[in-house]
Design a protein around this ligand. Structure first.
Ligand code: C5P
Length: 396
């Protein structure tokens, strides 16, 4: 999914020091055969000159709402009309605030308001600006409006302070945009995904849970939406926001998750079981807080349903994909698990390498053998997994 040739991209550049990286991004798009039109804010022109972008894109660069080169001075409409996507990199906190609130007081923000195509933004700012409550509010609003948020990431900043807020590298932005514009491998497919931990109450304030953050499952949900699927995400308790376009069903216990999944499994084309489901639950959860006693306390645990196993056993059920988080002997355990659960595909990872992390490495096991997906951000791995599933689907 890395072909942008023939795609019409409007690249917006706003005023941050990362603006110099927009030159490299322009070069990558142009080299891959895209038609790139650049629009810069006044502040962006303080960091990098329009002449540089003009030379790299091979097209006039626009900076002004009242440009007489554009017919009828309707630049904000005309420039975005024939575009497949608007990408803004870097996007300052000020620019995010404008778009989140529907302001259009310069050419780039007006173009975003008047667009008919998707919009993706790559925020870049120092860590305090990124963590500021107003910025986070604006980012959440943009996400809810369907705007693609690319990064930011952690690392060195021009202010030498470091921390979250660094813009993604041009190559990473290119890959995200290419994925968004790429062929849709799962159009019209219904994909059911589980994610996150389950929580099994011991009493009213305590419970048995695990360290799953939900990040991998949410990334798989996002990749499936990008691939054109209709996605339902059955999620245990996490702090994550559901990707735009995903129907989310919140559950707490493994038995809740089992009920939510079984009610939807027959209608699904694909079931991807990413959740870390508890295998046991306390038999007799107390309806009050258990008081400390003098001796040990025995907790009796009963077996939970095997959700993936049950879905895999359905007649005419969906194509099933399991996840296995192992702590050792990854290959032997994973292949055995795939056969025991009778599923066509299993993605295995090391628990210590994935729980709570933003990156992961996956090993896929299917009838053909073993496929290694080397360490990468979870969204990158999720897209590779979805591509693999899409290739296996017609063989059913
Ligand atoms: O925990 P385990 O490694 O056995 O999980 C393997 C797969 O089975 C995962 O995809 C997990 O979501 C699923 N599972 C399940 N119900 C359980 C336990 C695990 O669906 N009770």
């Amino acid at each position: 999914m890395t072909d942008v040739s023939g795609k019409r991209i409007l690249l917006g550049i706003t005023g941050g020091i990362a603006a110099y990286k927009a030159a490299e991004l322009t070069r990558l798009f142009v080299k891959a055969g895209a038609d790139v039109r650049v629009v810069m804010t006044e502040a962006a022109c303080r960091f990098i000159t329009p002449a540089t972008l003009q030379a790299l894109s091979g097209q006039p660069v626009h900076t002004d709402m009242w440009d007489t080169r554009v017919p009828d001075s309707m630049g904000h409409i005309e420039l975005s009309r024939d575009r497949d996507i608007i990408v803004v990199a870097p996007a300052t906190t000020d620019f995010l605030a404008k778009v989140a609130n529907g302001l259009g007081d310069d050419l780039l923000s007006a173009l975003c308001l008047a667009r008919r195509c998707p919009l993706m933004v790559a925020p870049a700012m120092n860590v305090e600006m990124w963590q500021n409550a107003a910025t986070q509010r604006n980012v959440e609003r943009l996400r809810a409006d369907g705007v693609g948020i690319l990064g930011p990431t952690e690392g060195d900043h021009a202010d030498r302070e470091g921390g979250m807020g660094r813009m993604l590298e041009p190559g990473e932005i290119f890959a995200e945009v290419a994925a968004a514009l790429g062929p849709k491998a799962l159009t019209k497919k219904k994909v059911l995904i589980t994610a996150g931990p389950t929580y099994e109450p011991i009493d009213t304030v305590r419970g048995v849970t695990n360290q799953s953050s939900g990040k991998m499952g949410y990334a798989v949900a996002q990749a499936a939406v990008e691939a054109g699927a209709e996605v339902t995400l059955v999620s245990g308790a996490t702090v994550l926001a559901a990707p735009a376009g995903v129907e989310r069903v919140d559950v707490i216990t493994a038995r809740d998750m089992h009920k939510a999944v079984m009610a939807r499994a027959k209608q699904a084309d694909v079931f991807i079981s990413v959740a870390a489901v508890a295998d046991y639950h306390p038999v007799d959860p107390k309806p009050h807080k258990i008081k400390r006693g003098n001796g040990n306390l025995k907790l009796e645990l009963a077996l939970n349903p095997d959700i993936l196993g049950e879905v895999a056993a359905l007649a005419k059920g969906p194509f099933c994909v399991g996840f296995a988080a192992e702590t050792e002997d990854l290959n032997a355990n994973a292949q055995a698990k795939r056969k025991k659960k009778r599923i066509p595909l299993l993605a295995a990872n090391l628990a210590q390498e994935t729980f709570g992390k933003d990156t992961n490495a996956l090993t896929l096991f299917d009838e053909d053998g073993v496929h290694e997906l080397p360490r990468a951000p979870k969204i990158v791995l999720a897209r590779q997994l979805i591509e693999h599933i899409a290739k296996m689907l017609p063989q059913r």
